[in-house]
Write a protein that binds this ligand. Structure first.
Ligand SMILES: [Zn+2]
Length: 489
């Protein structure tokens, strides 16, 4: 358990804090006139280092932080309590953290449904290359709304399609996240290896090396907030080995390290990608990434399905993170990532929805279940993952790979108050005694309350900051407009 910020002898929030990292508020801030929210009579899965759980406990939130939590009722003498929540019948967990997504795909769902990755990409690139700012904004709102209503409190978008003259796509995505009220990482993607250079995307769908690097740097400088309570962060994120030049990977890594931000890309997703890397670069994806500066504790990779023992050891040695996307990997017949082996080796692993053109549900809470089920189809069988490990992947593991484990990902005093109250007393879950098992293995649980930095985002399964029905209409209209434009060629 991290020390309480109210303890003047222990001003730092987390035992892992480094001298250069932003510190949590001093004792004065928490003790003084900050408004408090008290949640009581609630089962709590903290997902802290010891997997501490309380069958019936309380949480005290002061401003945007968790002030205290524990078994039984909250202290009776708390000042400035502006809200009391009776959590009877609920499970409180850290908010879910999504680590890989492509928001724009919300308006190209349900297409190319029986393809592997490369065929699916080739089928969809010509449509994707027609997106504009209005479409991107609507799709981002749809993606964010779907995740937030299902308990996501930190979202990310790996956006890598920037057609010429399409407007301020990055700005529109960041605006959509701010409006929804969730914490957000924009991974500014890019592609510069088109068909003429042996890549997969058509020539008209890519940027130049110089253009991509300059636009990425501008996005970081304009939007990245390094502070403890940041709502928006930016990562450098060239798309994949088969759509990006070696030089863009190399210079992208240098750029990220110069600017002090994280690096993200796709890697080791399919056997076709592995073959591509061997043919073009004379080595497998992990060796290729290492040769371009793309292994390190500031890197997280989407998928990492086709990893041999040496690849996993290299990720563990360098603390390179992985965004595990079980539904998308199944939809595109990519394979089963070796998550139990990665965890045993010490690789940080989070969960990802992936783009909704390869995971139409767009929900992260179902990925907890799918991560457990799909990994049990692998060689470790019933020992592959348990329910608590699955919950950890979707919360603390996600915070780790986004570089935010000091601030979010577990319920501990001093951390940001990003949490979810799941309703577990209805037909779907009431007969399951263990609430964590019910959450992970049962049907998707309704969200009674979700908080991001102490601010409510969902109440009684409804989004508070945006109009879900209006978003549904806008995304339908933009999907139809994109389909019409794409059909004209
Ligand atoms: Zn992806």
């Amino acid at each position: 358990m991290a020390p309480s910020p109210a303890d003047p002898a222990r001003p730092s929030a987390a035992p892992t804090a480094t001298p250069t990292a932003p510190s949590v508020p001093s004792a004065d801030r928490a003790a003084a006139e900050v408004d408090r929210v008290v949640i009581e009579n609630v089962a709590i899965a903290t997902v802290d280092a010891h997997d501490t759980e309380y069958a019936s406990g309380h949480l005290v939130i002061a401003g945007d932080r968790i002030e205290s939590l524990g078994a039984g009722r909250a202290p009776a003498d708390l000042a400035n309590v502006v809200r009391r929540v009776d959590g009877t019948g609920h499970l409180a967990t850290p908010g879910l953290v999504n680590t890989h997504h492509h928001f724009y795909q919300w308006i190209t769902r349900g297409l190319a449904t029986d393809h592997n990755l490369f065929d699916w990409l080739v089928a969809l690139y010509p449509t994707w290359a027609r997106i504009d700012e209005r479409m991107t904004y609507a799709a981002a709102r749809g993606s964010l709304a779907m995740m937030a209503r299902g308990g996501v409190t930190t979202a990310m978008d790996h956006h890598y399609v920037f057609p010429k003259g399409s407007g301020d796509l990055s700005g529109s995505i960041i605006r959509a996240a701010a409006e929804t009220g969730v914490r957000f990482t924009l991974a500014r993607g890019s592609m510069d290896r088109s068909e003429k250079d042996g890549g997969l995307p058509p020539d008209f769908a890519v940027e130049t090396l110089e253009g991509a690097l300059a636009a990425t740097e501008e996005t970081v400088k304009k939007h990245h907030d390094p502070s403890f309570d940041a709502m928006t962060q930016v990562a450098v994120a060239p798309c994949s080995p088969f759509s990006v030049s070696t030089e863009l990977l190399r210079q992208g890594a240098e750029l990220a390290r110069r600017l002090g931000v994280r690096l993200h890309t796709h890697g080791s997703e399919t056997v076709e990608e592995e073959k591509f890397c061997h043919e073009l670069f004379g080595m497998g994806p992990t060796d290729y990434f290492e040769s371009t500066g793309w292994l390190g504790e500031d890197v997280w990779m989407a998928h990492s399905v086709h990893m041999n023992d040496a690849d996993i050891a290299a990720f563990a040695r360098t603390r390179t993170g992985v965004a595990h996307c079980p539904s998308s990997n199944a939809r595109l017949a990519a394979g089963i990532a070796r998550v139990p082996d990665m965890l045993a080796a010490g690789v940080p692993v989070g969960l990802g929805v992936d783009g909704t053109a390869s995971n139409e549900s767009g929900e992260l809470h179902t990925e907890l279940r799918n991560a457990l089920l799909i990994n049990r189809l692998g060689p470790h069988r019933e020992a592959a993952l348990d329910a608590r490990q699955a919950l950890r992947l979707g919360t603390y593991g996600g915070a780790q790979v986004l570089g935010r484990a000091r601030e979010i990902g577990s319920l501990e005093a001093g951390k940001l108050a990003d949490l979810v109250l799941w309703k577990m007393d209805t037909l779907a879950h009431a007969s399951i005694a263990d609430p964590v098992v019910a959450l992970v293995l049962g049907a998707a649980a309704p969200v009674t309350l979700s908080l991001v930095g102490g601010r409510p985002v969902v109440e009684n399964s409804r989004l508070l900051n945006v109009d879900e029905d209006a978003i549904a209409r806008a995304t339908r209209d933009e999907a139809q407009r994109l389909a019409r434009i794409a059909a004209r060629g």
